[in-house]
Design a protein around this ligand. Structure first.
Ligand code: ACO
Length: 428
């Protein structure tokens, strides 16, 4: 945020004129500061869904939705997707700079050393309902980490936050894999510290059934790239949730657990599961794509995986994911017929004025489900993979907020439209 207090806008209201400072962001975007609005005018602003409201200044991620630009710490997502690894990107997002080789090794070693979970915690996870949605279960497990790791719950202590950062990054894949193994009635697989982060997660999940050889390498690359593409997305619903919960000085585990819950909804991260279910429904019902789109246009349903609050152009992540999906499905023995269906659905929607006029394009979730399904992940694990990818972003935002001198507890106002004062029956 620029300190340039010379730029102002004037708000003319019944009581007079209020000058409001305008701040200029790195890319020239303007933000009006409203801090004095209520005190000076007695008025609040009404902005459902916070579509026009910046709740903080941040240095982590830049998005230009109209131009289809996404950058983490200044680096274009297209470069990171192709040239970076998930751990390198996670380091960049959390600490602000790409790591030197020694720093990356140290980060990676710490994650390996902390990848196990306490035995009592394993028993706790095993006692949870095995057919529960994995997002519910990982959220509970992450919340409970605060109790198992209670020497790292003070958000005001940088060392404790750093310890919690490592523990969260190290343990979430172990927790997720154990929850998956429980759901299929298989014994958990302990972390293998000789493997890299992504390979270890795939092995803890699938064990001996994990693909090997060329396909195994492709799957590792694909999971790694998908995690990079999900690593942060500025003030989306789940990240805003992490910040809101953290703003009460709740610990990082509680805040991330809340973020996982926010991500689970079908309008947010749960959309990757919803896309797959939609494609299956189209296939199984035999409805034509044209008739399905007519139902969407009649508002009987939404086209899942399409549309975005910020991108009013192609989601740059969806372009990378589509290429990845083609690569995987080309080399797979049994390519998924839902990919072909998704391609047709996308093409038909993009030729339809309902979608083009509203600037509705495929988002990050449109093709990820098809890739995960081809790899053997069940549908209800898709959003868990999103959560593993988004974890560095949640952590980075929690940490940035914790040391932001401008930070205050999140406490929006409301526009009250309920009953005026009235008497309790029998009280006059
Ligand atoms: N299918 C059909 N119509 C849609 C869709 C869709 N997927 N998305 C938006 N529209 C329509 C709306 O009905 C509205 O039409 P109207 O102006 O005639 O009333 C117009 O497009 C604008 O939509 P809003 O709902 O105002 O857009 P908003 O920014 O509030 O919602 C959202 C964004 C929630 C992502 C929405 O596009 C949606 O529900 N998409 C499907 C779910 C999805 O894929 N979510 C994942 C998002 S990416 C992520 O979170 C990782």
């Amino acid at each position: 945020m620029s300190d340039d207090k010379e730029r102002t806008v004037e708000l003319h209201y019944e009581g007079g004129v209020l000058k409001l400072p305008v701040f200029t962001g790195t890319e020239g975007e303007s933000t009006i500061e409203l801090k004095t609005l209520l005190g000076s005018t007695g008025m609040t602003t009404l902005d459902p869904g916070f579509g026009n409201t910046a709740s903080c200044s941040s240095k982590i991620t830049y998005i230009d939705g109209a131009a289809g630009i996404l950058r983490y710490r200044g680096y274009p997502i297209e470069d990171l997707a192709v040239h970076s690894t998930f751990l390198e990107t996670a380091y960049l997002v959390i600490y602000g700079e790409l790591p030197e080789p020694g720093q990356l090794k140290e980060f990676s070693d710490k994650l390996r050393d902390n990848s196990d979970i306490p035995a009592e915690m394993g028993a706790f996870i095993d006692a949870m309902p095995r057919n529960g949605h994995p997002m519910t279960l990982i959220s509970s497990a992450v919340n409970t980490l605060a109790a198992y790791c209670d020497d790292s719950v003070d958000p005001g202590d940088e060392n404790q936050v750093e310890l919690a950062t490592i523990r969260l990054m190290a343990k979430l894949p172990t927790i997720a894999a154990r929850i998956y193994r429980n759901s299929i009635g298989e014994a958990p697989i302990a972390p293998d510290t000789s493997l890299d982060y992504v390979d270890n997660f795939i092995r803890m999940t699938f064990g001996d059934k994990a693909p090997t050889g060329e396909l195994g390498e492709l799957f590792n690359k694909a999971v790694g790239m998908l995690l990079v593409l999900h690593a942060d997305h500025e003030l989306n619903c789940s990240t805003a949730t992490v910040r809101v919960v953290g703003s009460s000085l709740a610990d990082i585990y509680s805040s991330v657990s809340a973020g996982i819950n926010a991500l689970s909804g079908p309008s947010h991260g749960g959309a990757n599961q919803a896309v797959l279910e939609m494609l299956e429904e189209i296939r199984d019902s035999g409805i034509s794509i044209e008739d399905f789109l007519e139902k969407v246009k009649a508002r009987e349903m939404r086209l899942m995986g399409f549309g975005h609050r910020v991108y009013k152009n192609f989601d740059p992540r969806s372009k990378e994911i589509k290429v990845l999906a083609s690569q995987i499905l080309d080399r797979h023995e049994n390519p998924d017929e839902l990919f072909a269906l998704a391609l047709k659905l996308e093409a038909a929607a993009l030729q339809d004025s309902y979608f083009t006029e509203r600037k509705l394009y495929p988002n990050v979730d449109f093709y990820t489900g098809v890739i995960y399904r081809t790899m053997g992940f069940p549908t209800n694990m898709f959003t868990v993979l999103f959560a593993i990818g988004r974890l560095p972003g949640w952590i980075a935002h929690f940490r940035e907020q914790a040391v932001d001198p401008a930070f205050r507890i999140a406490r929006p106002r409301q526009h009250y439209i309920g009953a005026a004062e009235r008497r309790y029956p029998g009280q006059g």
